[in-house]
Write a protein that binds this ligand. Structure first.
Ligand SMILES: Cc1cc2nc3c(=O)[nH]c(=O)nc-3n(C[C@H](O)[C@H](O)[C@H](O)COP(=O)(O)OP(=O)(O)OC[C@H]3O[C@@H](n4cnc5c(N)ncnc54)[C@H](O)[C@@H]3O)c2cc1C
Length: 419
């Protein structure tokens, strides 16, 4: 592709040509790449981690990865000096739309690309940028997120995992939970308390270390979910060594970095939101199809709910387009990302229930098969619940909307040291 600093529609035309010339024949048939489109956070049990891993290990995917890297289509939202294209939200939206349309995977560095990488770009030293960013870009470093703990999820500043400085390293001891992508990750970013005497939000550090289950004091216990998938795990640290040089933002200054990471996670970078939207639109079309198949499309109650769903998806698309336009005009996505997160996750919860209602009594029975099988609508219904929890629960989003967008009184807080 030539220089892409061109109007969006011209860029789209260039990208379509590039896809035609570069997508290896047969790649789209390897696996349904769209099924996992609404990553991150998707925990579909319909495609096992091993199916996905084997598709990623296939020579066709590897060839695609090589061509995308050559065209700088990996981490394209990163600034040009760090190997990206500096693409903004409209350009990233366009990229996701075109790959989705073609049924092709975006070579995605997942949490490295969308969370820890941008946080390093914002808060890291030159040395940290030079060491970590190229390794994310190449796929050598694959991250998981060690923030949540038992008792510290919404209230992240209360984390108890401790880290003590020992020369040029940190020794980390404690427990994390709900750690997604533990099967594919070889790196972890850990929120830990390095100064227990400091006030709650102070004294926290954002450490990066290798993720080596069974070694370096790291123990991993997978958690089986209601869908049957094992997408996340408990992670235990016992004197785990992390380099001091990998503390982003400086010792005791982890909270600022966490805020940036969470902002990126909720969709500030545009990636997740575009994909969520496309996945929701596709899913609704399939549900309308199911209603027809089951003869439920004439039922007024079902028609009313489907019309509601169509309206919601249309509103979500308009509201996302507005956000994209605001970002293009130079605004930073702020608390309004909470309205987006709340809208799609609560919508999905109701849609999952509607799907089972349309599927009828058969939806109560698991399909035959090994393990803990579910069909696609059972999966939708069950997975939808997790969307209202990860990246900040619905209640927390409502607090943010109330306090930061509507200017309502702040919720009472327990003073530091009195919990
Ligand atoms: C699919 C999935 C993947 C995840 N992946 C990761 C991961 O990779 N890494 C990671 O670190 N974490 C991960 N998480 C954890 C996730 O971030 C937490 O579950 C989430 O922040 C909520 O924390 P909690 O589970 O401790 O619930 P709690 O914070 O204990 O909340 C319990 C209930 O209290 C409510 N509540 C809490 N505080 C308030 C408040 N101030 N006002 C009103 N209501 C409140 C909550 O809404 C919720 O209903 C994942 C979670 C899920 C579901």
């Amino acid at each position: 592709m030539r220089s892409l600093d061109v109007p969006l529609e011209e860029l789209r035309a260039q990208l379509r040509d590039w896809i035609v010339e570069n997508a290896p024949a047969g790649l789209t048939e390897l696996i349904d790449w769209r099924l996992r489109a609404d990553l991150p956070g998707s925990v579909s049990s319909l495609q096992s981690e091993s199916e996905l891993a084997s598709a990623h290990g296939h020579p066709l995917f590897q060839e695609w990865e090589r061509r995308c890297a050559q065209a700088r289509l990996i981490c394209p939202a990163w600034p040009i000096e760090y190997g990206g294209r500096g693409w903004d939200a409209p350009q990233m939206t366009m990229l996701d739309e075109e790959f989705y349309r073609a049924g092709l995977p975006r070579v995605d560095r997942v949490q490295g690309e969308s969370m820890v990488g941008p946080s390093i770009i914002l808060h890291g030293t030159d040395e940290q940028k030079a060491y970590y960013l190229p390794r994310i870009l190449s796929g050598e470093h694959r991250y998981c997120q060690g923030f949540s703990e038992p008792g510290s999820g919404s209230d992240l500043a209360s984390v108890r995992t401790r880290a003590v400085v020992d020369g040029d390293r940190l020794l980390i001891t404690g427990q994390k939970v709900w750690t997604s992508r533990f099967t594919t990750a070889n790196m972890i970013f850990v929120l830990c308390r390095t100064d227990p005497a400091a006030k709650k939000h102070r004294g926290l550090s954002y450490a990066i270390t290798e993720f080596t289950p069974g070694r370096n004091g790291i123990e991993v216990r997978p958690i089986r979910q209601i869908t049957g998938a094992e997408e996340f795990a408990e992670v235990f640290f016992d004197g785990t060594v992390a380099p001091l040089s990998g503390v982003i933002g400086g010792l005791g200054r982890g909270w600022q970095v966490v805020q940036s990471t969470l902002g990126f996670e909720r969709g500030g970078a545009g990636r997740a939101t575009t994909m969520v939207l496309q996945a929701r639109e596709r899913e609704l079309d399939q549900l309308v199809e199911l209603a027809r198949e089951r003869g439920r499309h004439r039922d007024p109650a079902v028609r009313r709910e489907l019309a509601w769903a169509k309206t919601q998806v249309t509103i979500m698309r308009s509201s996302w387009q507005r956000t994209v336009a605001e970002v293009a005009a130079g605004d930073q996505p702020g608390p309004q990302m909470s309205t987006w997160k709340l809208a799609w996750s609560e919508y999905h919860l109701r849609l999952g229930a509607l799907a089972l209602e349309i599927a009828g009594p058969a939806a109560m029975v698991r399909p035959a098969g090994p393990g803990y099988a579910v069909d696609s609508w059972q999966d939708t219904f069950l997975v939808a619940h997790s969307g209202t929890i990860y990246a900040g629960t619905s209640e927390v989003q409502r607090n943010i909307i109330g306090e930061n967008l509507l200017g309502l009184p702040r919720e009472p807080r327990v003073p530091d040291g009195q919990q």
